[in-house]
Design a binder for this molecule. Structure first.
Ligand code: 13P
Ligand code: SF4
Length: 305
């Protein structure tokens, strides 16, 4: 079967079976083309809440599929490739954070959405990169324990000097390996380009940015901007996608190493097999985890609106 034929078969089956397909902007273009909705982690969570499909297939990483299940426990939720996990989401567990909370009882725990469902049960509110600053600014608490990404945490801290932050040393291995030297080299090669960066990069990289934001934030900024050249400091697929969508502008990936193998793990065949009912992994969470984790995701949506 050709790619086109597989895509047509997926579209036919998902209509017949009332399936909604959600795809993060980092996954392959041929998957995004057959998705009902694509976007950053915040947009996908909001969409997950509103879809009336009986079955949802998440093409992304496990914490994103868990978020869908938490928000819609009555739905059948699949991750198209069960091996696709976000390493950052596995860095801190519920027991460790419960122990840290005991050391800092007067701190509110803010969890990046890139965390497991189990860990979310002991957190006060979730954030995504697109609205972390806004949400933390609206919280009444002054003392904030921000987990697990210390780079995103550092970025939020710098925007909100009135708050008192405690950060732990977690983060995205893909974004965090990008160095300041690589930024300076890219800027020298493309002196007229604006530098757009994801806040999961280290502070010495982020400080050179003309714009800091989520995957969707970066895409929207580049599309609306009058500038013609951009260095893209996030997963390489965003520069590729932007180049495809805006052929009159030039997009340069900050580094060819900015590849998330977890986001690349899902293939069109995985999606096809999941839609057919012969693949994917059904997300199963116990009701106590769903109830407790939902509180901090609901709070994120409430404060993010
Ligand atoms: P976004 O919230 O920008 O979609 O980020 C998700 C992610 O995993 C970035 O590495
Ligand atoms: Fe996780 Fe980083 Fe991959 Fe995003 S890019 S899914 S944070 S490992």
């Amino acid at each position: 079967m050709t790619i086109k034929e597989i895509q047509e078969e997926i579209l036919r089956l998902k209509k017949e079976k009332n399936i909604c397909i959600l795809a993060h902007s980092y996954v392959a273009k041929e998957i995004q083309e057959i998705a009902d909705f694509t976007g950053d982690s915040y947009a996908l969570s909001v969409k997950a809440k509103s879809t009336d499909a009986e079955t949802v297939i998440m093409c992304g990483v496990r914490f994103m599929a868990e978020t869908v299940k938490i928000l819609s426990p009555e739905k059948t939720v699949y991750i198209a490739n069960g091996a696709a996990g976000c390493p950052m989401a596995e860095q801190m567990d519920k027991e460790t954070i419960s122990a840290v909370k005991e050391m800092y009882p007067d701190f509110a725990v803010v969890a990046y959405i890139n965390t497991t469902a189990a860990l979310k049960t002991v957190c006060d509110v979730c954030v995504t990169s697109s609205q972390a600053v806004e949400i933390v600014s609206k919280m009444p608490e002054k003392n904030i324990l921000f987990i697990p990404d210390c780079n995103l945490g550092d970025y939020v801290r710098k925007q909100l000097p009135e708050k008192n932050f405690k950060l732990l040393s977690g983060g995205c291995p893909t974004h965090a390996k990008i160095s300041e030297e690589e930024v300076l080299r890219a800027k020298k090669e493309h002196p007229n380009a604006l530098f757009l960066v994801h806040p999961e990069c280290i502070p010495d990289v982020v400080k050179h940015a003309d714009y800091v934001g989520s995957t969707s934030g970066i895409m929207n900024f580049a599309k609306k901007s009058d500038a013609n050249e951009f260095i893209i400091g996030t997963e390489i697929s965003i520069a590729e996608l932007l180049q495809y969508e805006c052929p009159d502008k030039n997009f340069y990936p900050l580094s060819k190493d900015l590849i998330c193998s977890n986001m690349k793990a899902t293939t069109l065949m995985d999606v096809y097999n999941t839609v057919k009912g012969t693949g994917g992994e059904k997300i199963v969470l116990d009701s106590e985890t769903i109830t407790k984790a939902r509180k901090c995701i609901d709070k994120m949506i409430e404060l993010g609106e």
